[in-house]
Each structure stands twice: as C-alpha cells, then as structure tokens.
Design a protein around this ligand. Sequence first.
Ligand SMILES: CC(=O)N[C@H]1[C@@H](OP(=O)(O)OP(=O)(O)OC[C@H]2O[C@@H](n3ccc(=O)[nH]c3=O)[C@H](O)[C@@H]2O)O[C@H](CO)[C@@H](O)[C@@H]1O
Ligand SMILES: C=C(OP(=O)(O)O)C(=O)O
Length: 427
Amino acid sequence: MDSIRITGGKRLEGKIPISGAKNSALTLLPCALLTDEKLTLANLPRLADVDSFGHLLNGLGVSTSVAGVKKGEVGRKMTLQASEIASTVAPYDMVRKMRASILVLGPMLARAGESTVSLPGGCAIGDRPIDLHLKALECMGAEIEIAAGYVKATAPKGRLPGGDFSFPVVSVGATENALMAAVLTTGRTQLFNAAREPEIVDLCNLLVAMGAKIEGIGSSHLIIDGVEGLHGCEYEVMPDRIEAGSYACAAGITGGSIELVGVRPHEMLATTNALAAAGLAIEFTDGGMKVTAHQPLRPLAISTAPYPGFATDMQAQIMAMLLVAEGQSFLEETIFENRYMHVPELRRMGADIEVHGRSAIVKGGNPLTGAQVMATDLRASMSLILAGLAAEGETEVLRVYHLDRGYERLEEKLSAVGATIERVSAG
Ligand SMILES: CC(=O)N[C@H]1[C@@H](OP(=O)(O)OP(=O)(O)OC[C@H]2O[C@@H](n3ccc(=O)[nH]c3=O)[C@H](O)[C@@H]2O)O[C@H](CO)[C@@H](O)[C@@H]1O
Ligand SMILES: C=C(OP(=O)(O)O)C(=O)O
C-alpha cells in the first residue's frame, strides 16, 4: 500500500487549484439514471470514489466515456448514457467500497419502478443508518422490503405518486435520494427540513437543467412537481469547498499564504469565519480567495452543524490547525458519533488533545514531531497530513487510499506551494 512522506517545517506559499467537489460529483453522477439521453459532467475530480461510481453505474447499464482534458482545463469531462437500465441491483461489493452508492436507490426507482441496493452498514465515522432515505421514499409511495442485507424499493404502479416528508434530522444523502426520486413522480412532493448544503443546490440546478420542476432551491423546504421525463444536458460540478478549507488549514498550520483558485467563498462562510477568528487574513481575489496566516493563531470554539453551520467534514482539519494556536480550543462534533479517530494518531505526533464524548479540548502550542501514522477515514488522514506539514522531522501517513477518495493530486498540489511531500509507492 502507498504512503505519503512529508518533511515538515516549510512555510507554504503560492496557488492551489481547487478541484470539482467529491460530494457533489457523487450525487450528480446517479442523475444519469434519470434519462435515456446523454448527461455530460465537466470538472469531475480525479478521485477513486468517482471511478468507483462510474463502475457502479456501468453495472446498471450506464455507458460512460471520459473525454481528454484540453490544455488549461481542470477536471475531467464524463459523458454518461443510460439508454436502458440493464440491472436494478447495486451489489454489496460496490456499496461496501463506497457508501455513496446508496444514491442510486432513488433515481433507479424513479426511472425503472424498482431498485435494489445493498445496505451500506456503518463506517469508520459512525453508524450512518439509511432509515430516513427509506422513510422519505415510502412517503412518496414506495414499498420497501429489507432482506438478506439488501433494501428493495418498488413503485407499485410503475411510477411513484409523490408525497410530503419532514426530515426529523437533516440528512444530505436522504435529501438527495428523495429529490432524485421526486423529479419523475406523477404528483407533487414537498420536503421539509431538507439539507441545504451547496452540493444539494448543485444537484437541484442539474435536475432543473435536465427539465425537473423544483422550487425552494437553497432552502429547507423543497417543492418538486414530477415530470414525465428528463432530458440530457451538460453541467459543471461545483468546486470542492472541503478541499479548499483543508488547504486553507495548510496555510494556517505552516504560517503560510495560499490562494485557493476557483473556490466560491460564499459557499464556505462557516469555514472562512472560523479561519478569520483564528487570525488568518482572508482576501477575495479574482481567481477565488487568498488566506494568509500570521502565527501564533488564536484558539477557537466550534460546533459542527448542518449547512450553513461548520461542516463536520472540516472538523479534523481545523483541529490539526488549532494545534498551533496559543491556548485551548473546544470542538464539538454533533453530526457523527465517532469522528475523533484522528486524535490518538495526532497525540502520537505530540498533540495534547482530550476527548470527552462528542467534545474535544485541543491544547495548542505543544511542539509536533514527525511519526509514522495511520488514519481510518478521509478527513482524519488529511488532519495527519496537516500535522505532518508543521511537525519537526519526517511524517509518514499510511493507508493513502483514504486520501485518494477525496483529494485529487494532493502531493502535487502541496509540493507546488513549497511542501516537501512525496508518495512512496509500495510497488
Ligand atoms: C457523499 C457525501 O455527500 N457525504 C457527505 C454526506 O454524508 P451523508 O449523506 O451520509 O450524511 P447525512 O447528512 O445523511 O448524515 C447526517 C446525520 O444524519 C444521520 N442519518 C442520516 C441518514 C439517515 O437515514 N438516518 C440518519 O440518522 C447520520 O447518521 C448522521 O448523524 O453528508 C455528511 C454530513 O454533512 C458529510 O459528512 C459527508 O461527507
Ligand atoms: C465522510 C465523507 O464522505 P463519505 O460520505 O463519502 O464517506 C467525507 O467526505 O468527509
């Protein structure tokens, strides 16, 4: 297995191009199932999860082709076409590799009248049930059966009638599945307390470009009037606000200055507010946003929350950055019950962090020293990369496949701003 080796202590300075958003790509790709026409997605990030999603869709009968990227263009352009749905089953082998596979449930049900998807189960950051995905589909008229580790959803009359659902807890994935099922119903669906993440807005914008009727985009009350059919289109994936926030933390932890090119600052205000409160200077530029750190940083008190709150996907990275703040920071993780798996590894690098249930106290200022470390999930891995950038000596981050799920060309982007970082191939 590959690892990443970093020699810490370099101040980072320069520009980092921000890739297309993983979490947007993973909900735009299954939209190909909603039409027999061609869907072309531009600015797709080169990530393991995007490749896995392509393979999952291929197994369902969707053809995919990737166009060569022209000079100066970033991201990939993929054309997908589901002329027919060849299989309505998403097998365990695909779903276990990538939880987001559950996002084929709603669109496949809408298009084919049935959909069978392996239950994803828990993962390193928590239990992650899918009860709300299923309840929302049931309220729209689906019949749900669970057997042998699979969930089967059926539209008894071929197409769902639609219906209203109020989410008791904000869920990004359940909102996405419900939206993708609702656009082809015979009636009206209203979703209350829907997730408002920018990736949901991106999904709505794509669906509207394909001919869907959605009102309330960007709010927690979505009204969807089903249409007879959707058509193909070309659409560009939004920039990755979590990747951008992660590199902003790299500027913070190294006392550096990085311009995040292509980012949309208004989609990551909770992050930029936190960075500014920690003492980083934020400057909006023609290309995106420049963050400059003047150490020592100030400590913070942050609680994760659904959008527009502080993203849980930024918690591990901001924690790493706060290791160089002067004083105690308080973090509270309200979304996932087990999202502090990076803490024991950060401690092995000299960090002083206490965890009490869902809260963590980060005592900044302890010198960090390089070590061999291993993480169990994507953002935890990034927090170790960040700590490695600031640590004295060499850090080796193992299990790079987690990072490859969500950070495109990580070593290349960090080297370009002055980091000493390399991928060590296991051969
Ligand atoms: C591919 C993708 O976009 N992943 C993101 C998505 O994950 P994902 O869509 O899985 O996360 P959710 O928003 O659904 O989860 C939020 C909370 O709701 C709970 N819940 C969710 C569904 C359900 O049926 N029942 C239930 O109880 C979860 O356990 C969690 O506590 O949003 C998360 C929260 O912003 C991010 O961390 C992930 O990066
Ligand atoms: C938790 C994440 O992703 P996923 O939902 O794909 O596991 C993440 O992007 O931090």
